[in-house]
Ligand binder design. Structure first.
Ligand code: 5GP
Length: 180
């Protein structure tokens, strides 16, 4: 197996092999099957980064569930925070539903905080977050809803298995960390 890969101007080395990711995903799936038995959750993936993790995770679920995707855009605006976010595609039918948000990675937690605020506005029965990766050292917003984590990783830039570097590398099978 090739252990390093070049994406644009950066070199990356393997951090997590696809086999490790699959095994961990299977275990999270088993846990969700137990925790959400007879609760018909709505599982919402955050695009683009979560698309491969979502596909693999959903295949592990044997419970009845609904599946959807949202997209969050952030751009510099004129608000006092300096950043304005928008959510696209969030269903408006989350009242009394058990919602599971699926993320590729939780870094500062800002994106998740924004999404959670939008979901809470609909008074769901419950909200939990499932993220493949989590960088505890980078977290600025505590996220009590973060219940399912694939891997805790160091505060380094990663690419592959859905995650991009300048739009590239999402198709890589493994997850790689930048070599500096
Ligand atoms: P947060 O709002 O938690 O700071 O950032 C979450 C989003 O930033 C993720 O969904 C992802 O798109 C992006 N992100 C954060 N860290 C990384 C990283 O190491 N690699 C890549 N490719 N994207 C990241």
């Amino acid at each position: 197996m090739k252990h390093t890969v070049q994406v644009e101007d950066k070199e990356f080395e393997i951090l997590l092999e696809n086999d490790q990711i699959s095994k961990r995903t299977r275990l999270i799936g088993i846990q969700l099957n137990v925790d959400y038995e007879n609760r018909c959750p709505i599982v919402i993936g955050v695009l683009n980064g979560s698309f491969l993790f979502m596909a693999d995770l959903i295949k592990e679920l044997t419970i009845s569930c609904e599946v959807g995707f949202i997209r969050v855009s952030s751009y510099k605006g004129t608000s006092t925070s300096g950043e304005v976010k928008e959510a696209f595609g969030l269903p408006d039918t989350l009242h009394n539903r058990n919602v599971i948000i699926v993320e590729d990675i939780v870094d500062t937690g800002h994106t998740l905080k924004f999404i959670l605020e939008k979901v809470y506005q609909q008074s769901p029965a419950s909200i939990k977050v499932c993220s493949l990766l989590f960088k505890p050292a980078a977290l600025l917003e505590p996220v009590k809803e973060l219940e399912y984590v694939g891997f805790e990783i160091p505060n380094e830039f990663v690419v592959g298995y859905g995650l991009d570097y300048n739009g590239l590398g999402r198709n890589l099978t493994h997850i790689y960390r930048a070599i500096d």
